[in-house]
Design a protein around this ligand. Structure first.
Ligand code: NAP
Length: 252
């Protein structure tokens, strides 16, 4: 494996399992020092143990991205231990309801947009003073194919993911002046706990994902896309969303 991230420090939110964990594992395997985080201490401990067992350099910090103090602590502990931040991956998200688009109530809507959109915006804002001190730094946002073609069963979640595609475009010009690239990945249906309802049942999968490759994706396939975007192999790419979805139609 290439070592594209030697001397790089990467913070990944929601990274104790699923896509976030695979991204942390991939960046660390390529030489980065990684900070894994999520809400539950036991998951953070387990993720750190797993990465350390692979001889990877990592730190674990409990961080609920919806809590400002937790986001601040995540950034501070990273800088305290490793001395800076080169890569921030905003991956954590929630989906509080399944149903038709109007089944959601206001408190669920607020939770959804606070976690998926507002927290993404503010953790990036909190990290910018550190990212701008480094050379070739990167922000990566994890959206979803549902941000392009809304999944009817999770329509409000889809709307929150469309906002992240817009956020990527909106942040890129300003960040470019600071030497920071901002990109995004829109994964298709990836085999994790989060999307179990979508891949557990073939009929549901075919109706929802409708992808050329006729299979689910895997976290490490998103992680390799993430590694590309955060590396200098993508040095002339910013403000873009890469669809990693086995050929699922993606058009806004
Ligand atoms: P997952 O396997 O369920 O993992 C979610 C991770 O996020 C866990 O480590 C969880 O740990 C953490 N987490 C959940 N809520 C959090 C919060 N409020 N603050 C901080 N950490 C939190 O999910 P996944 O499938 O990997 O999803 C990761 C990202 O990919 C999400 O943005 C999701 O929308 C996106 N995505 C997923 C798919 C898919 O098919 N799986 C498709 C498109 C996009 P704790 O429980 O300890 O917090």
């Amino acid at each position: 494996m290439a070592k594209r991230f030697l001397n790089k420090i990467a913070v990944i939110t929601g990274s104790t399992e699923g896509i976030g964990f695979s991204i942390a594992q991939r960046l660390a395997s390529e030489g980065a020092k990684v900070v894994v985080s999520s809400r539950k201490q036991e998951k953070v401990t387990k993720a750190v143990e797993q990465l350390k067992a692979e001889n990877l350099d990592c730190l674990g910090v409990v961080c609920h991205v919806g809590k400002e103090d937790d986001r601040k602590k995540l950034i501070e502990k990273t800088v305290e231990k490793y001395g800076g931040i080169d890569i921030l991956v905003s991956n954590a998200a929630t989906n509080p309801n399944f149903g038709n688009i109007f089944d959601i109530d206001e408190s669920q809507w607020d939770k959804l947009f606070d976690t998926n959109v507002k927290s993404t915006f503010f953790i990036i804002k909190q990290a910018i003073p550190y990212l701008k001190q480094r050379k070739d730094s990167n922000v990566l946002i994890i959206s979803s194919i549902a941000g392009y073609s809304p999944f009817q069963l999770i329509a409000p979640y889809s709307i929150s993911k469309t906002a992240l595609i817009g956020m990527t475009k909106a942040m890129a010009p300003y960040c470019s002046n600071l030497g920071i690239r901002v990109n995004c990945i829109a994964p298709g249906v990836i085999k994790t706990k989060f999307s179990q309802a979508l891949w557990n049942d073939d009929k549901m999968f075919n109706e929802t994902a409708d992808c050329f490759m006729k299979r689910v994706g895997y976290s490490d396939e998103v992680a390799s896309t993430a590694a590309f975007l955060c590396s200098n192999d993508a040095s002339y790419i910013t403000g873009e969303t890469i669809v990693c979805a086995g050929g699922t139609n993606a058009r806004l």
